[in-house]
Design a protein around this ligand. Structure first.
Ligand SMILES: [Zn+2]
Length: 582
């Protein structure tokens, strides 16, 4: 016995209590069949030993293997596709006409059918900032596409940055002014991916609109590219790079528009309401060599732009070797032409039907190419939208839904009312996204209470036909809002340094600034606020989820799945029922 013990102590040297038990076990083997109670005790000890060995195995053998599995589960590339002005009903109404691997590929993943923006100003800038920061404008500061800057005394665009220029070469007729995300408060998903990988992860953002590329990319994106319709070129800004990379210059030199010369926008044979008819043909007012400026202008409002944009995205994947590095890369693509065409025809038009079917087919080609380049097993894809759209004023009035066209609250009439109440002055500085900005200097000069001015203005505005309600800045700053869903939505869109003095909420189906057969968006109502949210890839459990979902949940969901920190101002929650965590 004693000769065995030192050896067993050697084997279990790090666990002396176990060595002691082994000593006892060996000691009892001689009296094995003498006492049934001892037999039970021995069996218990054997079981204990097996359990201990199993735990040790888990601790030292299986667990370390589990860690690389968790890392391997992360994708090489995440692609987030935003369709500008894309309502969730499009994925239902047009599904019978979709091909196998376009939208249907993503519809086979996790599909959230009850997702919306819980805020008041549903526009492109705020929508894109929200999806990638996981927060509403009260946090990320992008309250609209434009707002009135009190210190500058003028309107500013959400991605305006006069310290930047377009990356060279930039022979744009509209000038060389660049743009950047400097107005965006807080980090994006892409920023967090970059920080977590010591900047090895690559983040590239593409759109036709500047804001739809710059805001998703965040502050540390490797590049954001957008499109200039007057030259038909993709551009970037000196915020990212002094000059365009050779592959972008080459793509521009080859004139992506050229391939469409002589073509018309022909409806697909299967599109309901069109059935192969010509939707828009190019008819120049004066002769020009193709692609000339008139052709480029025509092309900019056709679905062909999505084909061009996705071709550009594939060039980015190839040339920047996205999905080929040691860490996860992020590509964001915002398909902007859906908004341009949507505005012109409205959600129930055959044009939007054909556009949606074509988007489906272009996406199918893109996914197939992505499979060849990176392998779909290595990719996660998310799809959402920055906002929806209202029916056209004509549709609204035909179906007795509401007012239709809303005559923009005339600044002159409001000025007059305020002048009558408080003395002659130019009281209104600006109106942006239904926010009225008051002349605060005049109020100071006349030693007048701004709160009183706002209250009178709100009361006056609420008497206008088509106005549902009005909220004042004082109400928003002091938290004196009605405890209602509408109050909450307006608060979520309020960022004090940029928001105005009185915010007007129009009635549902009252549209500011849309012609009879055109449409718009921007309201808190569901036709503008509801969007699809699809998640596809190894981290997501396929299924249809009707749980409450907000667009601020997208970035937190992807952050959790990728194992990176939440964007700094994120307020959303991971959509855990659909997550398959490592
Ligand atoms: Zn729009």
């Amino acid at each position: 016995m004693r000769r065995i013990l030192p050896h067993s102590n050697l084997v279990f040297g790090r666990l002396p209590w176990l060595a002691g038990r082994r000593e006892k076990r060996v000691a009892t083997t001689h009296s094995l069949y003498k006492d049934p109670f001892q037999e039970v005790a021995l069996r218990n000890r054997l079981l204990l030993l097996v359990a201990v060995v199993f735990i040790l195995l888990v601790l030292f053998v299986i667990w370390p293997i589990g860690i690389p599995t968790e890392v391997a589960h992360r994708p090489k590339l995440v692609v987030v596709i935003i369709i500008d002005q894309f309502r969730p009903d499009y994925l239902v109404r047009f599904r019978p006409y979709f091909v196998k691997r376009g939208f249907n590929l993503l519809l086979g993943g996790a599909k959230f059918v009850n997702c919306r923006y819980d805020y008041a100003i549903t526009a492109t800038g705020p929508g894109h900032a929200t999806l990638f920061t996981g927060a509403y404008p009260d946090m990320h500061g992008i309250v609209g596409n434009d707002w009135f800057d009190r210190s500058l005394g003028r309107s500013v665009n959400c991605v305006e940055d006069r310290s930047t220029q377009l990356a060279a070469p930039a022979d744009e007729p509209d000038g060389r002014l660049g743009a950047s995300p400097k107005n965006l408060v807080g980090s994006t998903l892409g920023d967090e991916l970059r920080f977590a990988s010591d900047f090895q992860s690559r983040v590239i953002a593409i759109a036709l609109k500047d804001r739809a590329a710059i805001l998703p990319g965040g502050h540390t994106a490797n590049a954001a590219y957008w499109y200039k319709s007057k030259t038909g070129h993709f551009v970037s800004s000196t915020y990212y790079m002094p000059a365009l990379p050779p592959w972008v210059a080459k793509f521009n030199d080859q004139s992506p528009a050229k391939g469409y010369c002589g073509k018309a926008w022909q409806g697909l044979p299967e599109t309901p309401g069109v059935r192969g008819k010509t939707i828009r043909a190019f008819a120049p007012k004066s002769p020009e060599a193709c692609p000339g400026i008139q052709f480029l202008e025509w092309l900019a409002d056709t679905p062909f732009m999505t084909e061009i944009e996705l071709k550009f995205a594939l060039e980015a994947i190839k040339n920047e070797r996205l999905g080929q590095g040691p860490t996860t890369d992020l590509l964001t693509i915002s398909l902007s032409v859906n908004d341009f065409i949507g505005h012109k025809f409205g959600p129930y038009s055959p044009e939007v039907a054909d556009l949606t079917l074509r988007t489906d087919r272009y996406l199918a080609d893109f996914f197939n190419a992505l499979d060849r380049l990176v392998g779909l097993d290595n990719v996660w894809i998310a799809l959402s939208a920055d906002h929806g759209a209202s029916p056209t004023p004509r549709f609204i009035t035909e179906h007795h839904l509401g007012m239709g066209s809303f005559e923009k609250a005339s600044a002159g009439a409001i000025d007059k009312a305020l002048s009558n109440a408080f003395g002659r002055e130019k009281w209104i500085k600006s109106i942006q996204s239904n926010y009225i900005y008051l002349n605060e200097d005049a109020a100071k000069r006349r030693q007048m209470s701004l709160a009183r001015l706002e209250a009178v203005l709100a009361e006056r505005a609420m008497s206008l036909p088509g106005v549902r309600t009005a909220f004042t800045r004082t109400q928003l700053l002091t938290g004196m809002l009605p405890q209602s869903p509408l109050g909450r939505k307006v608060a979520n869109s309020f960022y004090a340094p940029r928001s105005g003095n009185v915010f007007l909420v129009l009635n549902p189906y009252a549209l500011a600034g849309a012609k009879e057969t055109e449409t718009s968006h921007g309201s808190p109502w569901n036709y503008d606020a509801q969007v699809p949210l699809l998640l596809w890839g190894s981290a997501f459990k396929p299924g249809e989820y009707a749980i409450p979902c907000q667009t601020i949940d997208l970035a937190p969901t992807l952050a959790v799945a990728l194992g990176v920190n939440q964007p700094s101002v994120a307020q959303g929650q991971p959509l855990t029922p659909a997550l398959r965590l490592p």
